[in-house]
Ligand binder design. Sequence first.
Ligand code: HEC
Length: 298
Amino acid sequence: MLIIAIYLEETVLDDVDSSLNACMSSKKTRLQWALLGVLSLTICSSIASELHSAAKSGDLLKVDQLLSGGADAEMADKTGATPLYLAVSGGYEQIAERLMDAGANIEGTTTDLYGNATTPLHAAVAKGHLGIVQSMLIRGADPNLSNNYHGPPLHIALQGKHTAIAQLLREYGAKSTSAEPVNDLLHSANMKLGQIIARGCELCHVMTKEGQEEQRAGPPLWNIVGREKASLNEFYYSDALRGVGGIWTYEELNSFLKSPRTFVPGTKMEIQGIPAEESRVALIAHLRLLADEPQPLP
Ligand code: HEC
């Protein structure tokens, strides 16, 4: 604020000095105007931060007052949080409604306490606020809105066991999403690249024929191509993956590896996935070789 004040004073003073007719009185008036400007800036920003604290503390009356006084429903505070995000995080349904009525963006990104980008919609799902989620969907929020950190809303709902929200999201069109087909590209895959990328999977998966009894966060991947999904008795799979059914085809591996949480919302494989097609194709071609008898290429 001090910097703005100095800047305003200097520009005004320059103005005044450059004018031959300038006199002390006009100079004073301009300075007063400058100070008034600073004052109104201060008032504006305090309205915004008051709106943040009112939204955060659940003060509906205050929120109403500030909004009718012209406070900006969309202003972000210094952490990037909008009033709607704060109201949602606190579960204040009526305040969230008021803010949305005043034009607050449901899908706008904000940064959560841990520095991860999120949106009011994702926050409402994560917190299990059914009423708020419903209101957002009625207002046209995208039920499949992607979020690299948290995964799509349906994944968050299933992970958090918010069954009614998951059901509602599905009614509004939340669904499993597949990747573009890659079968034609597997013949010319970069095998060296595939081998390198697969090392990242070893953190959670035994990839060799040996050592399959070793417990890691994910199931062993030997013979994965053509294997029944979620079929190893020793591994405790998510209900979501168990519910998919069928064998792992090349295309299904492609969709799962591009974005596990988008293809199988609710999966326990909590990684963002491999967005680059070339890398994914290389990895799938490598996975094919991790088998007693590799499956034929498509
Ligand atoms: C942070 C740990 C982690 C990493 C890293 C990881 N996975 Fe997984 N993976 C899992 C978990 C956990 C599951 C079980 C998912 C479930 O039950 O929903 C899984 C399941 C799978 C399945 C299904 C297996 C089956 O038996 O049906 C495949 C295929 C798979 N992962 C491939 C990969 C590949 C390829 C990579 C490397 C790009 C990888 N994963 C990286 C944790 C991980």
